[in-house]
Design a protein around this ligand. Structure first.
Ligand SMILES: Nc1nc2c(ncn2[C@@H]2O[C@H](COP(=O)(O)OP(=O)(O)OP(=O)(O)O)[C@@H](O)[C@H]2O)c(=O)[nH]1
Ligand SMILES: [Mg+2]
Length: 327
């Protein structure tokens, strides 16, 4: 399956979807020859990346993320944009499955010519899943997609991971009481650049409106992530397609305001630097774990740590010492 990287890069730049899918499979692979081709490819394509707006989308299960993405994505296509949908799913790291695997709520989008929907890569660690999604994002940009949506379910640390790889973080809420009721932590609220009260339709219209006002006043007292952007709250109905165009208007507004202020570029630069270090740490640990002599030490050290006869720090030190003597 390994095509010459230059050829594959050219096909991706020409917008060939099959080549894009193939390249994503390559970046998702853990085989070392695949990793090598993947990094080669990313290096070639680097000048063609970065031109999209990257949006993170989060919210508790059932809030309507998939339905929203379907409505929003289709709206964007009518506006002449092309949309790539990726996912970071921490549960897939455990089960190997994927929430986005069922593309059922993205029926039209999944088959649209101007859209590309890719489920979350399976992986053992959130770090691994995050890395592959970041790389896939770059590939999608090189293929010409100008809006990238990264979905994550509202559990665990995945929101932070997604907020750290995107320009703007959208949090979907249900029309209901306070954040405690919705199980939303303050830290997650603080990540949100735009809060959307979804399902603002039918019986729930009034509650949605009340939720909107509640969160508007709550956000007023919260610190924004950007000096030039005050987080906003809007209501929408993904099923009826109402409020979707206002969401896009806010995204456009966000991008132009922060680009002019230089904050967006600054944020991306910081993300890239943090990514470099995360990558370094991940690669080092992986090399260490694969070292035969380190491997031989592991069972004994783990047992001692589990039994409480050896401090974890001492065990870690021994593993590192062993690794250093070998390399
Ligand atoms: N009334 C109403 N129902 C909605 C709306 N958006 C989504 N729903 C319904 O809410 C349910 C959950 O929607 P999904 O889009 O699957 O939610 P999700 O956040 O992707 O859920 P997970 O993938 O499980 O995390 C479905 O039955 C949708 O039809 C909306 O705007 N209004
Ligand atoms: Mg979903």
């Amino acid at each position: 399956m390994v095509t010459d990287s230059n050829t594959l890069a050219a096909q991706i730049k020409a917008g060939d979807r099959r080549s894009l899918a193939k390249a994503i499979t390559l970046v998702e692979s853990t085989r070392s020859d695949h990793r090598q081709s993947a990094t080669q490819l990313l290096e070639i394509l680097m000048p063609d990346t970065g031109k999209s707006i990257r949006l993170g989308i989060s919210g508790v299960p059932g809030v309507g993320k998939s339905t929203f993405i379907e409505a929003f994505g289709n709206y964007l296509i009518t506006q002449g944009h092309s949309v790539a949908v990726l996912a970071v799913d921490p549960t897939s790291a455990v089960t190997g499955g994927s929430i986005l695997g069922d593309k059922t709520r993205m029926e039209t989008l999944a088959f649209a010519e101007k859209a590309f929907v890719r489920p979350s890569p399976a992986g053992k660690t959130l770090g691994g899943v995050t890395r592959r999604t970041r790389e896939s994002m770059l590939l999608c940009e090189a293929a010409g997609f100008d809006v990238i949506l990264v979905e994550t379910v509202g559990v665990g640390q995945s929101e932070t991971a997604v907020a750290d790889m995107t320009d703007m973080f959208l949090l979907l809420l249900l029309p209901a009481g306070g954040d405690e009721l919705q199980g939303i932590k303050r830290g997650i609220m603080e990540l949100a650049d735009l809060v959307l009260v979804n399902k603002a339709d039918g019986d729930q219209s009034n509650t949605a409106n009340k939720t909107l006002l509640d969160y508007r006043s709550a956000l007023h007292f919260m610190k924004s992530r950007f000096a030039n952007w005050q987080s906003k709250v809007l209501a929408c109905s993904s099923i009826e397609g109402r409020g979707i165009d206002e969401v896009w208007q806010e995204v456009v507004n966000f991008r132009s305001t922060l680009s002019e202020a230089g904050e967006l570029q600054q944020r991306r630069a910081q993300q890239a630097r943090a990514w470099m270090w995360a990558e370094t740490a991940e690669a080092l640990v992986s090399d260490l774990k694969n070292d035969p002599q380190v491997k031989a030490l592991v069972p004994e050290l783990e047992r001692a740590v589990l039994e409480g006869t050896l401090p974890a720090t001492v065990a870690a030190q021994r593993l590192i010492e062993q690794f250093k003597t070998n390399s």
